[in-house]
Every structure is written in C-alpha cells, then in structure tokens.
Design a protein around this ligand. Structure first.
Ligand code: NAG
Ligand code: NAG
Length: 435
C-alpha cells in the first residue's frame, strides 16, 4: 500500500490526539464511553430495532398471568436458540437462566419479569392483547425484550467477556413472588451482583433514575372475614351487625399510621375491597374486606402485620363479632423492601451517565410500590433502575397497571444497551478482585 506524506501526517495527528484523550480521562471512563456508544448504536440499527419491536409486539399480543407464562417462556427460548445462547430451564415452572461468556466467575445477573396483569386492554392499536382480560400493563413485555436485546449484544461480544453474564427471566412478579421461587430453586446461587430495569411512564424516554438504599416498599396483603349474626334490619338487638364492626375496624386501622408510626417514616395501609350484605333491610351475617400494608423496612412491615391483626380482632370483639385475618403468606408471600446496594447503584449510575448523558440520570424518589426484585436485593448486592418511556407524541404517560398503558418502543434499544453495558463493565471491574 502506498502512503503519501499527507496520510502519514494524518496518522501521526490522530495517534497523538487519541493519546491525549487517554491522558485526560481515566482508562475505564474512555472505555465506557466507547462501549456505551457502540452498544447503543448497534441496538438502534434499523434491523436490530425492528427485531426488538417485533419481539415486544408478539409478547404484548399474548399476555400470560403469573406462573402461566408458558408461551412467553417458549418465545424467549426460541430467540436464545437462534442466538446460540445456552440456558437452564425450567426454573420455578416457566423461568429460565441463560449464560453468556466464559462460564467462569464473576457471574453478573440481569433480570426481566415475564408476567402480565388481569386487566382488559383499552388501547386500540394493531398489536393489542389477544387474550381477553389480560394485558401487559406493567411493561414486562418491554423488560423481556430489553433483556433479549442485551442477550444479542452480549453474545456478539461473548469472547471478550471477563466472566459470565446470567440472564434471569422470571415468572410471577405480580404478587406471587416469582423471584423468591427462582432463588429457592438455586438459580441465583454464586452471583456476585444483579441488576434490573423497570419502565417508568413518569420519566421521559432517554432518561433513567434510581437511588441508593431503600427504593421500593416491602408489602404484604391481608383478607378478613367478620362474622356476626344476620337478622331483620328492624331488630338490631337480636342480631349482631358485622357491617358496623367492619366499619370500626377499617377506621381504626388508619390510626396505626397516624398514632403509632413515626411521622417521618413511610407506611401505608390501604383497604382495597369491602363486601357484605345484599339487601337494604337485612343485617348481614358476614362482611369480607381486605387490603395491603407497606413499609420501607422489615421491622415496619412486621409491626403493621401484628397490629392489623390485633386492631381488627379487637374491634370485631367490641361489636360482639368474630374476625379471621388471613395474611395469605403461602400464596402471596410478603415482599421485602427493594434496597439498592450503594456500589452497584453507583456502577449503574455511572454507566447510565455515559450512555445517556449526566443530565438524563435522575435521583428517583422512594416509592411505596413493591417489586419482587427485592428478594434478589436481600440475597446479594443489587441495583434496580427505572427507565423512562414518556413521550408526548405517543401519550405514553399513562400509569403502570392502567388499561390505557402505552409504551414508547424507543426505550427498547436504550434498555438493551444499558443492560449490556452495565454487565460488561461490571465484569471488567470485578475480574481482578476474583482472581
Ligand atoms: C364467636 O366465636 C365464639 C367461640 O367460637 C362463638 O361462641 C360465638 O358464637 C362466635 N360469635 C359470632 C358472632 O359468630
Ligand atoms: C417520541 O415518539 C416519536 C414518534 O415515535 C419520535 O419521533 C420521537 O423521537 C420520540 N421522542 C423522544 C424524546 O424519544
């Protein structure tokens, strides 16, 4: 190859400039900036983007409820097969854990949840839910797709990975503690840390947010039956009225928050349903009601649980009724609070800043919603990030769990690149500590 003096000069100048950049930035900083740019460009490549959209729409059209995600799981496995990625399956019924990299430590986890909600979709669009009464109204279709996107990005770099990335696709996030069951089956043993994303309709597409320490609440549910003695409405003295007992109990429950909780501590008790009686002139035999209680700490959660039971039983007894309070812990295991590990959070934040710019990485306020990612955060260092999907043009600002929930699919390549960049750089930073 013939090289003129001009080319030689250009080569010299470019070498000097790149040396200068290296000197100005820390090596990891420079690596991260190259890595994040490259990953985002790949994921936004029209073909890649089109694949992401198609995958997400297929999942959106076929939503499946908790522990029934058989088709979703099958779709994930067939995409992993096409990419040549190995996985362990089944775990906790429909779950799976895929592995990319050397197989050696460190092992870093990335997580997506697969289940939909028992909600009838009210958005009219081409890829609307085909399953009556079921809808991906919490964005888990996007979570799965972003993780599959990360799988594709990571697989193209599998020989460069300094350890192993474990992709956790779990069932049953919506109340049934799928994460707990994944852990029980040993699927997350020996992970060094784990990272998860959740779409956020209150943040613009292209932004992310999280916080160190407690981020989401611990949560439990309860269901109550108050037993009285039915009778004619005109003869209250020969009946025992459970409606009055239930009313007193429900009012008294709120005083646990106003009188027994430090005003600076966040706790919630919400009664979500009340059901009793049918006629206007009959005293009902029973009343049923139930709800949820939440706290940012496990002490707070167990205090609420103890007092909810006492207050309901004693209020029932004041009104000569009997109460059974069921915390349904077998079926609906209580979720602990989601607490972000400081170092893992900082790592995610730094990667996010390179990926999206510092101005697009926010401190997310603590929120009383609950997430079973918390079971992972109890087991190992973990960080959970919210990723924006709000776009005025698309009106994708409807709250999570709304039948009108809309996703800005522009989030898919961002989430895929974010996942992949967090994992690759985690392995780069940790491999030295392990060996
Ligand atoms: C409450 O339970 C006690 C003990 O089992 C029973 O004797 C009583 O009849 C019950 N009261 C009501 C209103 O069901
Ligand atoms: C919002 O969505 C429109 C339509 O898809 C797109 O052209 C635009 O770039 C999006 N805006 C942002 C901030 O992502």
């Amino acid at each position: 190859m013939r090289m003129g003096w001009l080319s030689l000069l250009l080569l010299l100048v470019s070498t000097l400039t790149s040396k200068l950049t290296w000197a100005l930035e820390t090596p990891t900083g420079s690596d991260l900036s190259i890595l994040t740019r490259e990953l985002l460009e790949s994921a936004r490549n029209p073909e890649f983007l089109d694949w992401l959209r198609r995958v997400r729409r297929r999942i959106h059209q076929n939503p499946e409820l908790s522990f029934d995600e058989y088709e979703t799981s099958r779709l994930i496995r067939s995409e992993l097969d096409l990419l040549g990625i190995k996985y362990a399956w089944p775990i906790a019924k429909t779950g799976l854990v895929a592995s990319i990299g050397s197989g050696l430590q460190p092992w870093f986890g990335l997580r997506a949840d697969m289940d939909a909600l028992p909600i009838q979709e009210l958005v009219d669009w081409e890829y609307k839910s085909k399953n009556n009464g079921k809808m991906h109204a919490c964005g888990h279709d996007a979570h799965v797709t972003m993780l599959l996107g990360a799988a594709k990005l990571l697989q193209s770099k599998s020989h460069e990975l300094k350890g192993t990335v474990k992709l956790v696709f779990q069932p049953g996030e919506e109340g049934l503690a799928g994460a707990y069951h994944m852990i029980q089956e040993g699927a997350l043993d020996n992970f060094q840390a784990i990272f998860g994303l959740h779409v956020a309709p209150d943040m613009l597409t292209g932004t992310i947010g999280s916080r160190p320490g407690p981020m989401l609440a611990g949560s439990g549910r309860f269901s109550v039956i108050i037993e009285g003695k039915g009778g004619h409405a005109a003869n209250p003295h020969v009946a025992i009225d459970p409606v009055l007992a239930a009313s007193s109990a429900i009012l008294a429950l709120q005083q646990i928050l106003s009188r027994e909780t430090d005003p600076l501590e966040a706790r919630v008790v919400t009664i979500g349903f009340v059901e009793g009686g049918q006629a206007l002139n009959v005293i009902s035999q029973t009343v049923r009601f139930g709800g949820t209680f939440r706290s940012m700490t496990s002490e707070g959660l167990s205090y609420l649980q103890k007092r909810i039971k006492e207050v309901i039983q004693m209020q029932a007894s004041v009104h000569r009724c009997n109460a059974t309070v069921d915390f349904m812990e077998e079926k609906m295991r209580h979720y602990p609070a989601t607490v972000n590990d400081e170092a893992t959070y900082k790592h995610g934040k730094r990667v996010g800043e390179f990926l999206l710019g510092e101005q697009n990485v926010h401190l997310y306020p603590p929120w009383m919603a609950a997430e079973d990612f918390s079971f992972y955060s109890k087991k190992m260092p973990a960080a959970f990030f919210m990723i924006g999907i709000k776009n005025e043009t698309l009106t994708s600002d409807k709250p999570l769990h709304s039948p009108r929930f809309v996703l800005d699919e522009g989030v898919l390549p961002i989430g895929a690149a974010f996942h992949a960049a967090v994992a690759i750089s985690f392995l780069d930073n940790h491999v030295k500590e392990i060996h």
